[in-house]
Design a protein around this ligand. Sequence first.
Ligand code: PFF
Length: 459
Amino acid sequence: MSTTENRAEFGSTLGFILSAAGSAVGLGNIWKFPGKAYACGGGAFLIIYLIIVAVVGTSVMMAEFTIGRKTHKNAVGAIRELNAKWSWVGGLGILTGFIILCYYCQVGGWAMYYIVGYITDVQTVWADPMAYFLGMLGANGFPLAALIWGLVFLFLTAFIISHGTAGIEKMSTILMPILFILLIGLMIRACTLPGADEGLGYMLHVDFSTINTTAILTALGQAFFSLSLGMGVMITYASYLSSDDNLVSNTAIVCTLDTLVALFAGFMIIPAVFATGIAPGMGGGFAFATLAGVFMAIPGGQFVGMLFYFLLFFAAITSSTSILEGTVSFLVEEKGMERKKTLVMVSIVLYIVGVLYTLSQAYMNIPGYWISINGIEVTIFGNMLEYLTDRLLLPLGAFLTTFFVGWIWGTNNSIDEATGYGRNKFALAKPYAFIVKYIDPIAIGAIIIAGMVFGMSIS
Ligand code: PFF
């Protein structure tokens, strides 16, 4: 996507798919998803997740794509153009993105810390993987290294946004397929480790008694987070599409790619948890501590580990830039602020909250440092930020988006846009209209309320 002209268009469909998939595939797939699948009962959670992606995820993505391409505007401007009274929905999305970014950049920094760890001191990483992970988070004192790497990650994100994203989009063409192949290879290795079959069994055994409102809400929030939905990022991306692009196939491809990466990561990490006995609880070291056991069991594991964290870092930065672009373009286009100044100011606030997040991760391992809200243990700037975005703000954003498309803008307008005014086929147009109008708002609304009423017991 060229950012030199106003409202440029993607050079090719591939460019769009790579950017949208680049935004979708990130820490959410590899760091968050396996932890949630593990905590929420394995197989049954996977089924719920897949159903949610297939029904709710695809329809919300299509809704966002059609709003964006119809108006060729950022999230707030786009919704305002369709109905001025609803532009605040876009604003809510910007706020959600901002909160996500506070901790996202910190975890992106963890990936960089691990790249360096694998290059310079792999023996220490492998000697006691959990101690290494907790050490990074400050178990032995102040988490200085994690905070510095968080700053570096944030700086790189801001730097890319100020210099244009064309470079990383080109790199995506090569690095994303490598990530995909590496994950498949690591998944196969993890599943063949001695003791891994118990983990595989855990992921494949479907026991619906593990599913409660919390698990469903977790799956829902995870799906939105993973697919980059509910905060207008996909509206913004689609605003750069030309009318020739096929939104139907793009939706299918992005959702499928993102979900495959999450599944690969799940089937890589959970069997490894069982095989290695490294099961990080709070603090979420799934993509960090647990995987050491897999890399140790591979010839050239040091190099493979380094490559893995480099690709994780890359996947994270193609996501973090997509969020920061949304925040900054909103402040510049809607509030008339100057771009460079905005970028600096936003980054400073992001970093301050991010520091509190990382500090909270360290405290989370100290019993008594967290408070219990509604049955879950939270630290205000730690997992509270994640709960707020994943369990409330993202579902709320998606709820409002589908309600807006279903009842305010109208499903016929959305379908016209989806088919390029009759140029492309959209075999599922009728089910799409029904889902956006009824299923999505009712199901998402009910789950948000149920989560609040019944409490949440699984982290
Ligand atoms: N989808 C990204 C991930 O899974 O890591 C995170 C993300 C990006 C969330 C963009 C939301 C968003 F708008």
